[in-house]
Structure formats: C-alpha cells, structure tokens
Design a protein around this ligand. Sequence first.
Ligand SMILES: [Ca+2]
Length: 407
Amino acid sequence: MTMKKFLKFFLICFFPLFAASAEPEIHRHGSGRVKREPTEVLVRFKKNVNRHNVPELVDGEDAGEISQIGVKRIRVKNPRALARMLKNNPNIEYIEPDEEMEFFAVPNDPNWNSQSSVLNAINAPAGWDISTGANGPIIAGVDSGVVLGHNDLPQLLPGFSAVPELSPNSDTVGHGTGVAGTIGMTGNNRVGGVGINWNAKIMPVKIDDASGSITVSNGAKGIIWAADNGAGVISCSWGHLLDLATLRNAVNYAYDKNVAIFAATGNDGSNTIAYPARYPNVMAVGGSSNGTTRVASSQYGPGMGVVSMNSYHTTTRTGGYSTMTGTSFSTPQVAGLAALILSMKPNAKPAQVYDFIQRGAKPLGGGYNEQTGYGLIDIGKTLKLVRDDAPKMCRCACKGEEWPPKD
Ligand SMILES: [Ca+2]
C-alpha cells in the first residue's frame, strides 16, 4: 500500500451566485483626506442665559439648534480656540467645536453589501482606519493555485506548484482563488469586493494535483517553498487528522524563518483539530457563523487559536464572485489580519503576531475555551493594540529581543 496520505481542503460548499452587482456606490472612503476646520461651536448654556450674556459670543451668528438636547449652534471665527477659552465660563454648561467626523474606512467596492455583515462582525472597518496593508509582507496562499487575470485581485507574485507539470496559476477547484480573494481582493477600487488586506502581496502556491488531491509531501513542499521565497504569512485551508512528521517539520521550518502560519481547524464538527492547525507553531482558526458561538461544523479542541467568520464573499476562478463557506475561508481572514499587523510592525516575530491577534480577539463564552479559543478576531482592536505598542526599551546590555515581555 502506498504511504501517501491525502489531505483535504476545508471547503464546505460553494453558493454560486455571480452577484454581478451593479449597485451604486453607497459609501465613501473617509480616510486620507484632510478634515475641514470647524466653523461653529456647539453650546449648552445654563438656565436663562443666551449668547448675548457671553461677550465672546456676542458677535457670533445663530446657526440653529438641536432643541431636544438644548444645544445651540453658533457660527464664530475660531471655534476650537473659542471653545477652549470658554470651557469654564460660568454661563456655559459646555461648549465644543462642531468638528467634522468621518465614516470609518468603508470601501467603495460595489459588493460591499454582500460583505458588510461578515466584515462588520470582525470590526474590519475600524481596522482599515489604521492600516489597509500598504508595505505589508508577502502572503502565501498554500492551496489550489490562484487564477491570473481576475480584475479584483492584485497582480500576483511569482508562485510555485508542488506538482511540476501544473502551474500555480491553474486552479481547477477554485478553492485557492477564493482564499486569495479573502486575503486580498483589492479594496476601494470600485470593482467587486474587498479582502481583509487591500494592498496584499499574494504568492500563489499550488499543492493539489490535477484531480484536486493534496499529499502530505506536496503540502510540506509548498510551505517550505513559500518560506524560502520570502513569505511572511502562510495560509493553509487544508489538513488531516494524523500528525505526520513531514508536515510538522515543514511547519517548524517555516516558523523558524519567522513566517506566521495560519491553518483551518476543519469542518467535520468534531472536537479534534486537524493538522497542521494543531501544531503549536501554527495558529488554529475555527469558524463562527453568528459572531457569538462556534459554528457546529467547525472543529475545535486543545490547541484552538481563534475563530473568524465561517464564510466570505470572494473571488471565483471564472472571474466572478461567490460566497464560500467553511473554516477554509475563516483562515485567510486571520492571515490577512496578520499581514495588516506586519504592515505596521514589519519585524514582529510570529509569536508576537499571534499574541496581538489573541489579545485583540473578542472572547466568546467567557474566556479562553476549546470551542472558540481566544474568541472572534477583532481587526480594529487588534490594530489599535499594534499601533499603541511602544517599542520596548532595552538597557545597555540587552542581548536580543525580549519577547514575550516578562511582565
Ligand atoms: Ca475591489
């Protein structure tokens, strides 16, 4: 008997749809624009007082009011300075400049309507206010290949096929192209949808053969090739319940080269996480369909990392879009988040990347548990943690990096 063990992709099913969405743009992208100066102050006066009782406001112009909450709008010359000056005025309850707010960075891509429930559940728009992934690492989708020429995928990096006669840009099952779109459909380009990372550098690594089967050796080869060719993040949406040394060694090889590796727990609903997700150096990603509990099909158990949403409206191999379901599509969401983290902290080690994701996650069910791990990823909170993470100061004799921090 052959010793070949077959792995399987963790795809539940496709819902073909071709939402050839011709919906009009309904959101605007608020970031990257200089905010206008305020022109008014908002004031709540104390009882029986109005602007004529405050000399600094006498020259102001009434601009209306919000009567339900007793707020007057007054047009003045320098609202910010005036508000500061009158902050403690005895006639005034409060005064503040009428600042311009902004929409969180919600993309203008027409498929946003089909994506917003998933992306809002993982707080992606707040994260995109902080980073959309420019100057991020190479992300290898170690999968079934990624087609060339989809008009909502970025230009792909040169890739690799573990089966030499096949091209990394042939994707006969469509799984890898869906994973690639989840990681990195181009954001805010008025085309199709949006990936977690709007500026992704995607490296297609094909590990299945012409019939769509994956062997352990090809999975291992793909991971190793990606690590040897500059990937900073690897996404694996496949696996096997057996712990096989070749795959374990490949994962450790990549991890030792500072590659953050994400893998799907699997979709049979059992309380056993598949390999490679279960290896300690890999972050195991499960799925939630409601944002509050593990979806019944998502495998779980010791070694659980985090969950993300169990579906994604993503790119198809024929150039369209479709909602694809399973932990296969939860995993590249987290890989995309890892790339956002590394776009902000390019020298972060994989353990630091995992730590940010775990600390940023929204715990489900109280605290860490084997059903949902550290909880549902929260892109906004995670990237805030990254942004606010001050560089660690070393004393003069510091050797190497201190991680994890001792406190
Ligand atoms: Ca797009």
